[in-house]
Design a protein around this ligand. Sequence first.
Ligand code: DQA
Length: 145
Amino acid sequence: MSKPVYVLNGPNLNLLGLREPEIYGRETLADVEALCRATAKDFGLDVIFHQSNAEHELIGWIHEARGTACGIVINPAAYTHTSIALHDALKASDLPVFEVHISNVHAREAFRHHSYVSPVAIGVIAGFGISGYAAAIRRLAEVIR
Ligand code: DQA
């Protein structure tokens, strides 16, 4: 049995579908979870799916993933742009990490242009809507094959 992929979501993503739909679309976090599970299933992978508004909780799940997961797909949301702690935790996970953003952060405010997560990610996807999660899982499956 292969190890599961951890799909982690940062602050405010619980409001997906309601929050700024012109930027983030109408799909909900439940839709993201269903998409991730369906995509991972094609590769025989299970998904551990979490969202939190608290940095320490995301860090706890990254620690848990170390040794138990095949990789991490993470949309760190606003912590992308602020969190050295997430950077350190992801680096310490020793896992392939993929960073996903629903919106194209580079076409938005300047404070969204820098990511503390990108230097520890194998790949970064931005602006593909929730399809970015599916693309990240597909690429993870390729990388770990
Ligand atoms: C986001 C982009 C971030 O800048 C923002 O803080 C989010 C969501 C995205 O998915 O496009 O909350 O990560």
